[in-house]
Design a binder for this molecule. Structure first.
Ligand code: GLN
Length: 271
């Protein structure tokens, strides 16, 4: 039985799903507007129907579109993603933007917990004079980041297997940036994120466990006057600021996200 596109379009029950379907048809089946809007009563090939069926089944399971297409737009590039890594978030682009706009001298930079590599690779591409490292404890993540390194080809980005900052020597970095796991295991939002790796999302101690570790360890590996920039939960600004303060950081400030929620805290380390 050869169905038509309109048959599938009518089955989609939300605007979001309809929009995602159009995006999928363009990206995966290379349909253009004419195929989608004008020729929707043409009979589809078996191959086209199989691809559409695959989309419908994966969406029924709640799989995010970026995983279905294995690609995610972040900053100025398309990153390969799959369920081994977090899908890059628009909030995190604010962090990358901040770094790109505020530093110009040659810096040695670490993206701790690099996941897909989105932060480190984006910074490396924009700042060829920086020496950028992306670290992760998960070999799965490092494999995904290696795929992105190969495709996007930053010349100044290297990957390192590391448990946060424990393996680095004193005075190693001018700048450490991280989007660590910061969600509490009790957070109700987690049920919407079940397809993404739990380890990349959840942290102990009400979501602050990894942040505490990173701030503490950063004081051993940052140079004097080095900078630490961390993404965190919208309700963690006060706690994160206190953690920075009690670890010899000064000039602490917090940047807001697109919804005007406090999302990124930074400070200068004074040894
Ligand atoms: N640095 C990656 C990102 O921002 C991964 C973050 C994570 O896994 N917590 O998407």
């Amino acid at each position: 039985m050869n169905y038509k596109l309109s048959y599938y379009q009518e089955k989609l029950d939300s605007e979001t799903l309809k929009n995602e379907f159009i995006f999928y048809l363009k990206e995966k089946l290379f349909f253009n507007d004419k195929d989608i809007y004008l020729n929707k009563d043409r009979e589809l090939s078996v191959e086209e129907q199989n691809l559409i069926q695959d989309f419908i089944e994966k969406k029924k399971e709640g799989i995010p579109l970026d995983y279905i297409l294995n690609t995610s737009k972040f900053y100025e590039n398309d990153f390969y993603v799959d369920s081994r890594v977090l899908i890059p978030r628009p909030e995190t682009e604010i962090l990358v933007d901040y770094i790109n706009n505020n530093f110009s001298s040659s810096l040695k930079v670490l993206d701790a917990g690099t996941g897909s590599g989105c932060i480190g690779i984006s910074i490396a591409l924009k700042n060829p004079n920086f020496d950028v490292y992306g670290s992760d404890y998960s070999i799965d993540s490092l494999n995904v980041a290696a795929t992105n390194k190969k495709t996007l080809d930053p010349k100044n980005f290297s990957l390192i297997h590391a448990n946060w900052l424990s393996c680095f020597e004193k005075n190693s970095f001018d700048l450490i940036v991280s989007n660590p796991p910061y969600i509490s295991d009790q957070d109700p939002h987690l049920s919407n994120l079940m397809h993404e790796p739990n380890k990349a999302l959840v942290s102990s101690d009400d979501g602050l466990g990894d942040i505490k570790l990173i701030v503490d360890q950063s004081t051993k590996v940052l140079k004097n006057d080095g900078i630490l920039i961390l993404e965190h939960g919208y309700d963690q600004q006060n706690e994160v600021t206190d953690i920075f303060k009690s670890n010899h950081f000064s000039n602490i400030s917090t940047l807001k996200d697109f919804q005007s929620l406090p999302r990124i805290t930074l400070g200068i380390f004074k040894s």
